[in-house]
Ligand binder design. Structure first.
Ligand code: FAQ
Length: 326
């Protein structure tokens, strides 16, 4: 049912006085809370964005989980384990925030498993070496923070509040990733080569995380008016490039883009667009690891069925006992 509603998002909804009053609240910087009136389009687009965000956190555990048993030291292992657990926590806050909009957790999972709902394109890429754990923390969490810090001011209360804690943790993740890169860049020649290779493979996909260019972004205009989204895709991508290029220089790595130059007039780096054909293929479900990622999530869901059943049986028993006692 939710999937059908999503299809009609933004379609001929009548603009009413209620809509005008709602927009005035948004413009005044008020937060919208779960039980308050909201336009259907606002509710649906929030479910889409928060749901996709939650799925990304949970699917995002897979490429890093892959390296927990192979971390080079006990300290790195403990840090990586904690990071992957944090991502599960982020998924939990976000699923809870989505549930306040009237969609159930089961529906959300079902839409992920059936491919009706997306997760971030970045998690379609494999993590081939330990240096990828550095690159993911540095670039992927770095891009996530760039996008999520402004979302702490988003108009929907539960989403904005979830973002506060998520951002604190993501900042730590970004630093641990950068620290892995620093160690490898100051290590042996082979380690430096691995770090450069990881940057080469993750640079383009990291730029794609911000979504299509503004002229191809379907939802930006309405979502920025509703303050579901605080900046355009291109604005955030530029900010990410401006912050990341000097960090790569500090590491002694070269960004895999010959066109990168500081543009004095604009006060920004010029850079090449990522491969948008590749991005749209990933969105269609043809990403290199999409089948593997969805299989892993579906297996986890099936294997966890007995836990859910046991919890439900326990809750029913408790409710029965309470009823008999009262
Ligand atoms: N991947 O009109 P727009 C993380 C879709 S969290 C897949 O511009 P919008 C933490 C978009 O859904 C990373 N699909 O869309 C972590 C739409 O398709 P639809 C996730 C994408 O919503 C770190 C179509 O393209 N963060 O990494 C992507 O205004 C390390 C048209 O695009 C969030 O979700 C993409 N990259 O802007 C975890 C943040 N980009 O739905 C583990 C919240 C676009 O109509 C390890 N989300 N699409 O079929 C957002 O800010 C927005 O949803 C955007 C997209 C910016 C992602």
């Amino acid at each position: 049912m939710y999937a059908q509603m999503v299809k009609s998002e933004g379609s001929n909804e009548k603009h009413t006085e209620q809509d005008t009053a709602f927009q005035a609240r948004i413009d005044a910087g008020e937060k919208i809370e779960p039980k308050e009136w909201m336009p259907e389009g606002y509710r649906r687009t929030l479910i889409r964005q928060i749901g996709q965000h939650a799925h990304s956190e949970v699917v995002g555990q897979l490429p890093e989980g892959n390296w927990i048993t192979r971390a080079p030291t006990l300290e790195r292992k403990a840090n990586l384990l904690a990071k992957v657990q944090d991502e599960a926590g982020h998924g939990l806050y976000l699923y809870c925030a989505a549930e306040t909009l009237g969609v159930s957790r089961d529906e959300l999972y079902d839409m992920l498993h059936s491919g009706k709902m997306k997760y971030s394109s970045i998690f379609n890429y494999p993590t081939l070496t330990w240096a990828d754990m550095g690159a993911v923390g540095w670039l992927v969490d770095g891009a996530a923070i760039m996008n999520q810090v402004p979302l702490q001011r988003t108009s929907y209360g539960p989403y904005a509040r979830a973002m506060v804690r998520v951002c604190k943790e993501e900042s730590f993740h970004q630093r641990q990733g950068f620290h892995i890169m620093m160690t490898m860049c100051n290590g042996t020649d082979d380690q430096l080569r691995m770090a450069q290779d990881a940057l080469n493979r993750f640079w383009g996909p990291a730029l794609m995380m911000f979504g299509p260019s503004d002229e191809n972004s379907v939802h930006s205009a309405q979502n920025m008016a509703w303050k579901i989204k605080m900046n355009s895709n291109d604005e955030l991508r530029q900010k990410f490039v401006d912050e990341t290029v000097p960090q790569a220089e500090y590491l002694g790595l070269s960004v895999p883009d010959d066109t990168i130059t500081w543009n004095e007039e604009r006060g920004h780096y010029d850079f090449a667009e990522p491969d948008w054909n590749e991005f749209f293929e990933v969105l269609k479900g043809n990403g290199p690891c999409n089948t593997e990622r969805l299989e892993a999530r579906k297996n986890a869901w099936d294997e966890g069925a007995w836990v859910r059943d046991a919890m439900m049986a326990h809750a029913e028993k408790r409710a029965q006992r309470k009823k008999m006692a009262g």
